[in-house]
Design a protein around this ligand. Sequence first.
Ligand SMILES: [Zn+2]
Length: 279
Amino acid sequence: MKFLMIGAHQDDNEFECGGLASKLIKNGHTVQFLSMCNGCGGHHILKPEEITAVRAKESAKVAELLGITYDVWDIDDCNLVADLPTRKRLIRYIRKFSPDVIITHRTNDYMPDHRATGQLVVDASYLLTVPNECYDVPEMRFMPVIMCSADKFTNPKFRADVVVDVDSEIDVKLQIANINVSQVYEWLPYTYGETVPEKDDERFEWLKGMNITQNTTDEEVMSAKRGYAVQFAKTAARFRGELIERYGFEKGSKIRYAEAYEVCEYGTELTDEIKSVMF
Ligand SMILES: [Zn+2]
């Protein structure tokens, strides 16, 4: 099956879908990442063209690690709008890849680029199958499943339709984060006012946030203040009920890390076949 992850920025796909992407690739499926923006806004010291070049290299390393195709468009960060030319560009792009599943942002995200990305995907969705729209690229004869990655916004609240166990992929997720030096160790700590350890091994430990074992409770995870891996432990804790429902009590209660997705009603219905591939 073919999965297309469409994020506004490079780290969006990597962080929200990295575990799932890794799992899918290991099971022989095809994964493609598209970042609609070029990354030029993600630094406080490097100039736009400098950080764009740095991030392109980081993304290329992530693509190599995961074994995926990774496209980065030339639109400046903070400048993405859901306009007609970008919608048409996206329709052509999606048709050429013809994915079974698309994962993107919800349209009620705080960040305008995320919101525009989600909007562009839902605006493109029906038109993917309309032959006379963008007729230079053949229309799709089926509608993909469209899903949105988890967030904490509440109006409306995120609904976890699919919660994926990524315990086996947490090391890959940490490696992805570790590749994104400019974001994980520089830009994001700057925005949160955090100090990052200097040595490589200490940095990697810092990245985890807390030592999560089988005995760590969901309450302890939810009260953790920071940490990259902790975010995905929080997803597992937050959607514990869904994990138990899917994987059974024995396994579901022990899953430490998860990624969650909401099904968008404009795509096709999530089939049992796709579900089994994702879980
Ligand atoms: Zn983003």
